[in-house]
Design a protein. Structure first.
Length: 522
């Protein structure tokens, strides 16, 4: 799994892990923050959330254009600094007035620009490591490992947000509740305190960026040779893949076709911070009983995720000493997870943001299974191509929303429910939805990034990686549609729209497979 990978992969993955930890800590509570601070409803909060996500994923196009001219590493460093200033602006306490809104919008703009300079160009550096023929066959598995690593940061983010929120609320004599009216005359004070707690979560992102930049510079020698644009490589007389104008055009067309299709995956997938969070708040029983409690202890989840890797190492290694060590480590990890679970209160009181930790947990835990399955198929010469995996991912995403649709039968429509809650559904419905959507994500996202890094013409690598994120940006903006319709149509109709779009996109992708595979020679 980890054998034969260049050290630069791990350095770049860890640098991204720190940045993603801060980003997802902020994102876990962002929609809830706007509701608590400004009193906005689901429609307004969902719209700003979607615009921000769109901006975050659109700016890598600009960042890629800039990087193709001045260098990928320079843009990564500048991006970290700009993001730091953005999160700092969000963390500074302000009132719920025009000043507070301007501070929030300014901070969001800086985070978007900084992410645009950082995110895509860091992934170009990863891709450049695999331009070396020595590592080229490991490109897909490398991006799966890279994707797994950054989700470790995302996995811990909701728990960090919850811990900060609970500690701050407790300081003022409050405990979290999705219904502020519980506090009667103190409801306004509770919301002010809650928004202050959420504001502290933005400060976590500042700290995580400091860790990222330390990792980046501390391990730079491992990937410095990959920080070369096509122009720089040509000037240094280094070998650069030469393409005819037709080959360049065909590759760009193929990438644009993929970008157009995956827009609808991201529209569906990024309901985690809006519609699915609103669903958790309005319809899900946040009083968790029994074995399901283990999912709401992040350290138990972490130990379980690590045990997947030690168990895989046990079966894959041929060294008897290593095999014994892996067996012991796996048993200890399981024992530790059970010990943490057994000391949890029963029931456990969850928060809506807690559910966002399941997707990254499943990414981390399921990545070894994904690598093992496709590795076995590759040995038999039957591994699906990256475009085929993307098409399959769209179908699995549709299945994920079938799950939540089944849970939505007989629920009162949001437009009839109003500000009330109907907390009657087991958390298992949302957890199962995230589980299924994660399978889709593992088929689509790392494979899509790998496909772009492989197919993009050398002189347009930054631009094409930016194009992938533009598709994500458009999908993220369209993710606001379920929020806009939240109080206007039945829940099942909302989920049905997402199912239909994913199925149609999968059909289109399968129709394009011959053309896309021809570009890569697969």
């Amino acid at each position: 799994m980890f054998e034969g990978q260049p050290k630069g992969l791990y350095a770049l993955a860890l640098a991204n892990t720190g940045e993603r930890f801060g980003y997802y800590t902020m994102l876990a509570i962002f929609a809830l923050f706007m509701q608590a601070k400004f009193g906005w409803g689901e429609e307004a909060a969902g719209q700003v959330y979607a615009i921000f996500l769109a901006a975050v994923y659109f700016m890598p196009l600009v960042g890629g254009i800039v990087a193709d001219k001045i260098g990928y590493g320079k843009c990564v460093v500048i991006g970290i600094v700009v993001m730091f200033l953005g999160y700092l602006s969000l963390a500074i306490p302000t009132g719920a007035d025009i000043t507070g809104k301007l501070a929030m919008y300014g901070g969001l703009a800086l985070v978007s620009v900084g992410t645009g300079l950082f995110k895509g160009n860091l992934q170009v550096l990863v891709g450049n490591l695999y331009d070396d023929p020595k590592y080229s066959a490991k490109r897909d598995s490398a991006f799966s490992l890279f994707y797994m690593a950054i989700n470790i940061g995302a996995m811990f983010a909701p728990s960090m947000a919850k811990a900060i929120t609970n500690a701050y609320l407790g300081k003022y004599g409050f405990a979290y509740t999705p219904d502020p009216s519980t506090y009667g005359d103190r409801a306004s004070e509770y919301l002010t305190t809650l928004s202050g707690a959420y504001g502290l979560c933005f400060g976590v992102a500042c700290i995580s960026l400091v860790l990222s930049i330390l990792i980046y510079f501390g391990c730079r020698k491992w990937f410095k040779h990959a920080d070369v644009t096509a122009k720089q490589a040509k000037a240094a007389a280094a070998p650069v893949e030469e393409l005819t104008p037709k080959q360049t055009k065909d590759r760009i067309v193929a990438l644009v076709l993929v970008f157009a299709v995956v827009i609808f995956f991201w529209m569906a997938f990024h309901q985690n911070g809006s519609a699915l969070t609103f669903f958790a708040k309005k319809y899900t029983d946040l009083t968790v009983h029994g074995p399901m409690r283990v999912g709401f202890n992040i350290w138990s989840l972490f130990l379980i995720a690590v045990s997947v890797y030690t168990a895989f190492s046990f079966f894959q290694t041929k060294n008897s000493r290593v095999k014994t060590g892996c067996a012991i480590a796996t048993l200890l990890l399981w024992g530790g997870a059970y010990a943490l679970y057994s000391h949890m209160s029963n029931p456990v009181m969850a928060q809506p943001s807690d559910f966002q930790q399941f997707n990254p947990f499943f990414v981390v835990a399921l990545t070894p299974f994904s690598l093992a399955i496709f590795g076995a198929l590759a040995k038999k010469g039957k591994e699906p191509t990256a475009p085929t995996k993307i098409a399959l991912g769209m179908l699995v995403a549709a299945l994920g929303f079938v799950v939540i649709t089944m849970g939505s039968f007989d629920l009162i429509s949001p437009k009839d429910l109003g500000e009330r809650t109907q907390n009657i559904l087991s958390p298992g419905w949302l957890i199962s939805t995230y589980f299924t959507l994660t399978f889709a994500e593992l088929l689509l996202s790392p494979m899509g990034i790998s496909f772009v890094s492989k197919v993009a013409p050398p002189k347009y690598k930054g631009l094409m990686m930016g194009g992938w994120f533009v598709a994500t940006a458009i999908g993220n903006y369209l993710s606001s549609i379920p929020s806009l319709l939240w109080n206007k149509i039945p829940l099942m109709a909302n989920w049905g729209i997402l199912i239909a779009l994913c199925v149609i996109s999968a059909i289109v992708m399968f129709a394009l497979l011959k053309k896309l595979n021809a570009v890569t020679g697969d």
